[in-house]
Design a protein. Structure first.
Length: 136
């Protein structure tokens, strides 16, 4: 049996609001616009190159508390090497650590994730992820 090892890299995740997410949110969380705006990970172009990730291809993003398949794109805003960004929403919530450091707010930014190419994987919709996360 031959086991293929896909490249992976640990990056620092930032999840924040974006103009793209805000505009799409006005149309609804179950719209194509929201899916297109929020089911992506923005990455530094060199990090994508090192991981053999092509733009618009699926990747698995895994943190200490979960994982999600999203589409990789070169960062719209400048992202230094080692930093990645998923816009706040259902996809980001699958990997955000629940610890709050006594602030009452989850750690939305500055946590490690492992990014791995996921050829052939499907990026699921908000409804599917939500129902799965609450086991419905």
């Amino acid at each position: 049996m031959v086991i293929s090892m896909l490249p992976e890299k640990t990056l620092t995740m930032i999840t924040q609001r974006s103009i793209e997410e805000g505009i799409a949110l006005e149309k609804g969380k179950h719209t194509k616009e929201y899916f297109d705006a929020c089911s992506v990970i923005e990455m530094n172009e060199l990090d994508m190159l090192r991981l053999s990730i092509e733009e618009n291809s699926p990747v698995k993003v895994k943190s200490e508390c979960g994982e999600v398949i999203v589409k990789a794109i070169v960062g719209i805003q400048e992202l230094p090497e080692g930093i990645c960004h998923i816009r706040q929403g259902v996809w980001a919530n699958q990997i955000v650590p629940c610890r709050t450091y006594s602030t009452g707010v989850p750690q939305y930014s500055g946590f490690p994730v492992t990014v791995t190419p996921a050829p052939g994987s499907i990026v699921r919709g908000a409804r599917e992820l939500l129902f799965e996360s609450v086991r419905m």
